[in-house]
Design a protein. Sequence first.
Lengths: 465, 465
Amino acid sequence: MADLDSVLGCLDLNLDRSVERLKDLLRIPSISTDPAYAAECRRCAEWLKEDLAAIGFSARVAESAGHPMVVAHHGGAGENAPHVLFYGHYDVQPVDPLELWETAPFEPQIATRPDGTRRILGRGSADDKGQLMTFVEACRAYIAETGSLPCRVTIFLEGEEESGSPSLLPFMDAHKDELSADIALVCDTNMWDAETPAIATSLRGLVGEEVVIRCADKDLHSGYFGGAAANPIHILAAILAGLHDADGRVTLPGFYDGVEELPDEVRAIWKGLDFSEAEFLGQVGLAAPAGEKGRSVLEQTWSRPTAEVNGIQGGYTGKGFKTVIAAEASAKVSFRLVGRQDPAKIRAAFRRFVTERLPADARVEFHEHGGSPSIELPFESPELQAARAALSAEWPKPAVMIGMGGSIPVVGEFQRRLGMGSLLIGFGLGDDRIHSPNEKYEMTSFAKGQRSWARVLEALGRQRA
Amino acid sequence: MADLDSVLGCLDLNLDRSVERLKDLLRIPSISTDPAYAAECRRCAEWLKEDLAAIGFSARVAESAGHPMVVAHHGGAGENAPHVLFYGHYDVQPVDPLELWETAPFEPQIATRPDGTRRILGRGSADDKGQLMTFVEACRAYIAETGSLPCRVTIFLEGEEESGSPSLLPFMDAHKDELSADIALVCDTNMWDAETPAIATSLRGLVGEEVVIRCADKDLHSGYFGGAAANPIHILAAILAGLHDADGRVTLPGFYDGVEELPDEVRAIWKGLDFSEAEFLGQVGLAAPAGEKGRSVLEQTWSRPTAEVNGIQGGYTGKGFKTVIAAEASAKVSFRLVGRQDPAKIRAAFRRFVTERLPADARVEFHEHGGSPSIELPFESPELQAARAALSAEWPKPAVMIGMGGSIPVVGEFQRRLGMGSLLIGFGLGDDRIHSPNEKYEMTSFAKGQRSWARVLEALGRQRA
């Protein structure tokens, strides 16, 4: 363990420098969903390639049909060492509504609380630049202190995770050998709480759809046409309102096919977690679970499927008032999937649901925004046990195994396309405001996250040594 | 009639010059609802004041709490001549979506069709700058040819008609004596068809409301919170969807209080109109009447009340996709009123309807955007008969008396506050695309509209001479 101790010491000594590096990375506005930021996405990939090359990886920016990938390799302790693939993403969410940010989203700052704890402010600080840099910093220190890494390491960073990863699967298929490893390490998840690390063993899947309803061929004056002309906002509102029944269940025919009740074993583990529904909702200003009746909040967010309207737009939405009947209205709708729910079937059921409810004079157009099934990872693999012990050594409380409400589609594709399992280990916290204004990452997450990865790499290296 | 003939001849001779003046006026982007255009609204008022002063009116730009008014007086044939108040508005609607305009909205152009007919293109060409200039040009020619006007004339132009006229009533109350006349002339309505002038004798009222629903205190990630957190878009959609029943009737309790069936006399007149539902809807790409079942389209748009959502917004509406649960969602909703429906009661009923349907964790905020009752004008006044004969002399077909689906709140206020009736005479056509991209005004409307006002002024002046 002498090596590990010196690596951990090196990380502690160089924390300030690692923060400066992260701030440099956060200054690049790599918003993948908005084509206006394409050059910034590329600049971000170049930055990462340069940094990885500087610490001894053979790194490159690899073209895809969309934003480029970063792929980097390090031979580590040699051919017999276990081979891990680290996955992260360098792209970030849009920043609107900008007026709600207390600091400029791409001018990262360190803020100190009265109790001395610090946080890193800025878009991407938690999701996912801060998280991915915990791994890069662990590698940097390991190589600096020992001249190598305890595992063979491939680092694979994409730039389209926040926009449905359209180029990911073709790229994985085209670079199958290069990306295959013994296990994938994915750092895009949360701790259980600030003292308790977590390994996620289930993730919900996702189907993203955009629906556009059109009626008249132009915007109409509601005085001349109101009462006679079809209003696409009314039609859309009625259809969306019909997606849930009074008990909060989703009404799409066949929606719950493949959804099963929690196994007793999992239910027992979740019950043992120190979780307060009131605190979870209270942190965002809510008090009452709003979803499926008769389910706990952990069930609602980890093991039950959902339908959510993520955006809606139609007619005049500027200041003041305009008595218009819009020509079109649109919504972005996503479904979180669990168990064996089939993304293609859910998408088809939604489209049928909408189409069947269209009145005369209404036409519909759909746009697909990604789809992936849910993931369940084995509880008892030796890698998971090794990582669990490594994390428990670093943090005040032992690591727990949890479910996840979010979707990390790449995990399923690693399994399906590259035949490898994943360890989902992340150091985010529930109040990091990812996807929202004022995103932050705790300094403790960043510092102890680096130390955690050093420990996990050491533990995985030991398994096959 | 020698005077009138020379005035008409003068108008014909000077048409090109009057078109240039209108184009100058149309170049000013006087969008009243957007504060960014406040200086342009003022510039527009100044332009009109200068033009009216140039033809012999004592004109001024009068301050109000919002955009300024234009008030101008001409003594006409002296104290014994009838006194008319001409009302129009110089402000225009916003131009979004800009990409649907075939010509720049504030760079007016004259376009000629293969058959030689011409139209004036640009925002405000029909609503209401082109219309109000028909009256100004008639006055210009009358004064040029005869040295005076056959009536005493006050011209009153506001700059907030498209944004709910917030300053109009205080201004009318403060300038009651100055604005009172024997009758008001309002030029903001349509012809029956391109050959048939119309005088509107009923107008629907209007209630405008904006509703904002808030749940969490920030935008949430739909993975972490989806299924447990209240989604304001769902809540808003369900409430809006509940505003109509399956027969297209509005469900607000008490909504139809004061709504009566059409008198047989009016029904007979409307039945006699040459009106094709298929053509009316077909011109905007629709085929089926979408409103209250069992009602004709004329009833739906002239004599029945409506609820329309004019705009809706919430969550992520940019390009791509964002799996967010929004903190808030909002809609702009308007009600068209008929008969004795009370705007205050309708507004209160709507607010109650929304508030009663809010689930836990949802809060609501309302913003008022104007309200006015419906108007019914007497069929048989001498002024109406005189105007009807004057219009019938100008156009290929005799003038008809019609209802109107739109709201011109000022007409009710003229009656209530200043004790005067109105004549609603306009030269717009149903395909003018007011409030929409590619607004136009027919050259025939502009030319024969000027001639019509000369005839109407002459006929009204004769009544008391």
